[in-house]
Design a protein around this ligand. Structure first.
Ligand code: FMN
Length: 621
């Protein structure tokens, strides 16, 4: 085949693969182009990454892909490439990128117009162990007669397809890695009470991953101490902290934002928000500035944790005008920051949280991701975003296949929670970690949520080895049935004091009173006026202590442990069996992340191989 013919065939393939309207492929003075319906270049780049595009270029080749609103030009020079991306009505980016080994090591050098040399095709031996070859993520494979080969074993004309090199960095949205300066699109989610500890966040950051400190439920002084330690010790590495919406204590939310800004926390996981507050908008807008060309530079990143489209819509839209105006009026942000905030989404990363540990709506991920992706696309069009926000996945992710499935559904990144609680760095007791490591997928139950007890809200908890779900549910039934502890029948009261609380109601009230006197004295005033509220505070003492006993590993209270946990824990344990992660001592958060992503990348390569016919003879089971 002549150089031009070869380029033409490949241009035709590439215009389809990359869903572009036009592809121009050029090498050593020869050039070919192909046209297609287009309309999917941005998504294809998001999904496959620049690395996969680079792998299709031989040294010295240049490819230009054009779609309705975007042009991408990549030229390979050895192991690197010059990349230029430009939008019709937007900026142009130029960057050098590292590229994987080229699939087309050489192009034919047969002079144009001369007859092709009649060479017999010699094909080497196929790979011996297909699964092992697919597990070598950095090495592209080629397909010949439904078998896998290393690329040097099959000449280009005999190749029927290829399985690209797929490093873990290729999973998810490439923009996630660049925006957050991380090695892969994997996040360790916040876990309240410092369970997502400073040590956990540091371990992830040092390994090149993002993690959120679990500030929920901690006294403000402890939150500040953690922020100081993280910002001082991590330098330029990426890390984040949690901002929990707190409708009962808006001042706490404001104070937390003050600390986040003061200590340079650039990434915030916003959770439990049903409506937007000035605090979260202030955090985002205060981090906006203009670059040399007047472009918007975003330095405070909001990750919104959502499980419903109506909440997602608030974060995917720009911050509301009335809140921005209020903040400008109060001198908290400038008029230009308000202007910039009105042009970009409030959150650039929206995490769709399915059935998870802790607070959960228990929605299926397979419903949430497509719904939120569609919503994102609609809102991006409506608000004419230059760069659309990303949708990530959380809830039920505990092994390579579930993570691969989330990426296959289009998740830009994945976020895990439960499985990290059983890791060495988690801020909970060895006893809890041991219990978690023995859990199966069905060893979870829902029980009352301590922070929203009166509303009847639930959290998902570990049920194997603990009676928290049943005991706390019984307290909720009593709360609903009676208007104060004085109404609870004497026998029931006695049983509660002796067996459950192991203290009298009076003793508990003394302790509870002291707690609220420091935190919010209006609670005491209300409780002394309203016996039902008094009862709620007494019961919430128990609910609060159950998670504390668990974190402290209090031996006499194992049956009361409140351990937030989702079914993903059981999935992880099942996968970990027979691997080093079966041992608790091997469960280090970043090693777990590496292993799960490596497995997910393997699944992706396996799927490509299957789609191209490999394994139909039974080799890839
Ligand atoms: C022990 C525990 C505590 C959690 N605390 C918080 C929290 O304070 N804030 C938050 O946004 N999410 C919290 N989560 C949710 C996680 O960040 C994550 O979204 C969730 O665990 C993902 O689902 P999975 O448990 O199936 O991995 C918690 C989860 C667990 C297991």
């Amino acid at each position: 085949m002549s150089t031009t013919d070869s380029l033409l065939t490949r241009a035709a393939d590439l215009v389809t693969t990359w869903s572009a309207q036009r592809v121009v492929l050029a090498h050593a003075g020869a050039q070919s182009h192909a046209e297609g319906p287009g309309g999917g270049l941005a998504q294809a780049l998001d999904r496959h990454g620049i690395g996969a595009l680079g792998a299709s270029l031989a040294d010295g080749e240049r490819i230009e892909l054009t779609d309705s609103d975007q042009t991408v030009v990549l030229t390979r020079h050895g192991a690197s490439g010059a990349l230029r991306v430009s939008w019709t009505e937007g900026p142009t980016y130029e960057q050098r990128v590292v590229l994987p080994a080229p699939l087309h090591a050489t192009v034919s050098t047969t002079p144009q117009g001369s007859a092709p040399a009649a060479v017999a095709t010699t094909v080497g031996a196929p790979v011996h162990d297909e699964a092992a070859a697919l597990a070598e993520l950095a090495r592209p494979l080629v397909i010949h007669r439904r078998r896998l080969y290393h690329s040097d074993a099959v000449p280009p004309e005999a190749r029927e397809g290829w399985v690209p090199a797929l490093p873990i960095a290729a999973l998810g949205a490439p923009s996630f890695r660049t925006d957050h300066n991380v090695k892969a699109a994997y996040v360790a989610g916040a876990m309240a009470g410092g369970i997502a500890s400073v040590a956990l966040v540091k371990a992830m950051a040092h390994a090149g991953y993002l993690a959120f400190f679990g500030s929920g439920g901690l006294a403000i002084e402890r939150v500040e101490a953690a922020l100081v330690e993280l910002s001082e010790s991590l330098g330029d590495r990426s890390w984040g902290s949690n901002l929990l919406h707190n409708p009962n204590e808006p001042a706490m939310e404001e104070r937390t934002v003050d600390l986040l800004l003061q200590h340079g926390c650039k990434r915030v996981s916003a959770s439990a928000f049903m409506t937007l507050t000035p605090a979260i908008v202030r955090y985002r807008a205060a981090g906006l500035s203009r670059g040399p060309a007047g472009e918007i530079v975003e330095s405070n990143h909001v990750f919104a944790k959502v499980s419903r489209p109506e909440v997602a819509a608030r974060f995917l839209a720009p911050a509301p005008a009335n809140i921005l105006e209020g903040l400008v009026g109060a001198g908290a942000i400038t008029a230009d920051q308000a202007q910039m905030a009105s042009e970009i989404p409030l959150a650039r990363d929206v995490t769709a949280e399915a059935d998870s540990g802790g607070h959960t709506d228990r929605r299926p991920l397979s419903v949430l991701i497509p719904l939120l992706t569609q919503l994102r696309d609609d809102l991006s069009r409506e608000h004419r975003y230059t760069v659309p926000p990303r949708i990530g996945a959380a809830g039920g992710l505990g092994d390579p296949r579930s993570i691969h499935a989330a990426f296959s559904m289009g998740a830009a990144y994945v976020l895990t929670g439960s499985i990290n609680q059983s890791c060495m760095e988690a801020g909970t007791s060895e006893r809890v970690k041991q219990m978690l490591s023995e859990a199966g997928m069905a060893d979870v139950a829902t029980g009352p949520a301590p922070d929203m007890f009166e509303l009847g809200a639930h959290v998902q908890v570990l049920s194997k080895g603990s009676m928290y779900a049943q005991r706390a549910r019984r307290l909720y039934e009593l709360y609903k049935a009676y208007d104060g502890v004085h109404e609870i029948p004497e026998k029931t009261r006695e049983r509660m004091e002796k067996r459950l609380f192991m203290r009298t109601f009076d003793e508990i009230w003394t302790e509870t009173r002291a707690y609220w006197a420091e935190r919010d004295p209006s609670e005491i005033v209300r409780a002394e006026r309203d016996p039902k509220h008094h009862m709620a505070l007494l019961f919430r003492w128990y609910l609060g202590m159950t998670s504390r006993w668990a974190r402290m590993g209090e031996a006499s209270r194992v049956r009361d442990y409140q351990v937030w946990c989702g079914p993903s824990m059981g999935l992880f344990n099942a996968w970990a069996k027979g691997t080093p992660f079966a041992e608790l001592s091997a469960r280090k958060v970043a090693d777990v992340a590496d292993a799960l992503l490596t497995g997910a990348a393997f699944c992706q390569r396996e799927q490509i191989a299957r789609m191209l016919g490999v394994g139909r003879g039974g080799r890839l089971a």
